[in-house]
Design a binder for this molecule. Structure first.
Ligand code: ZN
Ligand code: ZN
Length: 70
C-alpha cells in the first residue's frame, strides 16, 4: 500500500479508516477499543492512546450515543 499523502510506500494503516500512511505523515490519536456499561449503568470506554491516524479522516472524540439500540 502507498501513503495517502505522498504515494511513497506506507509504514502503517490508519486505525480508523484504513488509509495507508508513511512514517512522515502518520499522526496519533486515542482509539476507543471498547465501550461498556459499569454497574451504575454509565457508559465507559477502554481507550488506547497513540493509535496510528492518517490525519484526514475525522474520528469522533467521544462515542456517539446509540439510544435507540437497546
Ligand atoms: Zn507520506
Ligand atoms: Zn484515517
Amino acid at each position: 500500500m502507498e501513503c495517502w499523502h505522498c504515494s511513497r510506500p506506507s509504514h502503517g494503516t490508519c486505525r480508523f479508516c484504513g488509509r495507508g500512511v508513511c512514517r512522515d505523515h502518520a499522526q496519533k490519536m486515542p482509539f476507543i477499543l471498547e465501550i461498556f456499561k459499569d454497574k451504575e449503568g454509565q457508559n465507559k470506554a477502554v481507550v488506547v492512546d497513540d493509535t496510528l491516524w492518517c490525519g484526514i479522516c475525522k474520528p469522533k472524540e467521544a462515542p456517539v450515543v446509540l439510544k435507540d439500540l437497546e
